[in-house]
Design a protein around this ligand. Structure first.
Ligand SMILES: NC(=O)c1ccc[n+]([C@@H]2O[C@H](COP(=O)([O-])OP(=O)(O)OC[C@H]3O[C@@H](n4cnc5c(N)ncnc54)[C@H](O)[C@@H]3O)[C@@H](O)[C@H]2O)c1
Length: 341
């Protein structure tokens, strides 16, 4: 039995969390949930978006499934996502983008994974203004790229490729201009690649890569890149397969891992039971894979794909005019999971 910290989050979070819990139950996966608060729901009860009990639970269980959180505006609260990332050194953000048959997108053949460095680069938080005579005359930001940071993220990308039978790793950089920070990343990419001779290695300059992803996304397999480029390219990849409602990500460290949908708490549709639960269920699939529960993961993934392909029980974001609710879509997926069991 695996105990997993479950954070139902804010907005549509509780609705899609119930959907995911129902589907995991249908698969009979040996998961015990340790429900904890974070986000606005935690601010309301504990006056902090990240209570100690939630941190302790994640520290104990080392695996968490997190629904989206509404970022409190004002109040000086630190971002929960950033705090969790730093506290548990969740250095790898892994985001698969796979086309879904039955969705209305331009491409039917996308199957790529972005592996984004989550802790360094321009997001290291070293920024300041320069003032003269009481006026701000400039702003500076320092990108931090370390050898150890590059090694562990690039190693992660290659190990992921090896474990999942993927064939190619593309290192994305801007070493022609950012000769030090991007240059070091590329140099280490080439070094690490030597250890994985069975996996093809190539590098791309980030701007050209963005264009190629939009024109011929099928040429990419695993993309590994630094924090800022990864932030942008992983959203681009989500757009290629039908948007944020279908895509999930994992934040992985040496000791702990957290799984979540890519979208936010969607306050505009919260409480209406019309949210698409797919991204949250795919986050659960990634969590089950991580915990070694591959059989349950494959059954759930297959069921999600079939329900979307059939298009009978899908929410309105996937099929305009549909009146299918979140629980109805979840039940259609759970039913297929049970039948496959
Ligand atoms: N990981 C996270 O916790 C996370 C990520 C992004 C945004 N947020 C937070 O979420 C809140 C809302 O942010 P936002 O409005 O910019 O982005 P959002 O992703 O919540 O919503 C953008 C649009 O997509 C729709 N949408 C999102 N998920 C959907 C789903 N599952 N099914 C159907 N439609 C869906 C929404 O209705 C909205 O129209 C903010 O407080 C933001 O800070 C949290």
């Amino acid at each position: 039995m695996h105990t997993v910290t479950l954070i139902p989050g804010d907005g549509i979070g509780p609705e899609i969390t119930e959907a995911a819990v129902q589907v995991v139950e249908a698969a009979g996966a040996p998961i015990q949930w340790d429900r904890q608060l974070a986000g606005m729901s935690a601010v309301d009860r504990h006056d902090t978006p990240l209570p100690d009990a939630t941190l302790d639970s994640f520290r104990r269980n080392r695996a968490a499934l997190k629904a989206p959180l509404t970022t409190p505006v004002g109040g000086g609260y630190r971002s929960v996502n950033v705090t969790l990332r730093q506290e548990f050194d969740l250095y790898a953000n892994v985001r698969p983008a796979l086309s879904f048959e039955g969705t209305q997108t331009r491409y039917g053949n996308v199957n790529l994974v972005t592996v984004r460095e989550n802790t360094e680069g321009l997001y290291a938080g070293i920024e300041h203004y320069i003032k003269a005579e009481g006026k701000t005359i400039a702003a500076e930001s320092i990108a931090v790229v370390t050898r150890s940071g590059c090694e562990r993220i690039i190693e992660h990308a290659f190990r992921y490729a090896r474990q999942t039978g993927r064939k190619k790793v593309t290192a994305v950089h801007k070493a022609n201009i950012l000769k030090c920070t991007s240059g070091l990343f590329l140099e280490i990419g080439r070094e690490v690649a030597q250890k994985y001779p069975e996996i093809e290695f190539e590098d791309r300059i980030v701007d050209a890569c963005a264009m190629q992803m939009a024109m011929h996304p099928d040429q990419f397999d695993v993309i590994v890149t630094t924090n800022l480029f990864g932030d942008i390219l992983s959203d681009l990849a989500a757009g290629l397969v039908g948007g944020l409602g279908l895509v999930a990500g994992a934040n992985i460290g040496r000791e702990a891992a957290m799984f979540e949908p890519v979208h936010g708490s969607a306050p505009d549709i919260a409480g209406k039971n019309i949210a698409n639960p797919t991204a949250m269920i795919i986050a659960t699939v990634m969590m089950l894979d991580h915990l070694g529960e591959q059989a349950a993961a494959r059954r759930i993934e297959q069921a999600v794909r079939e329900v979307i392909r059939e298009g009978k029980h899908v929410t309105a974001d996937l099929k305009p005019g549909s009146i299918c609710s979140t629980p109805e879509m979840a039940e259609a997926i759970a039913e297929k999971v049970r039948l496959a069991g």
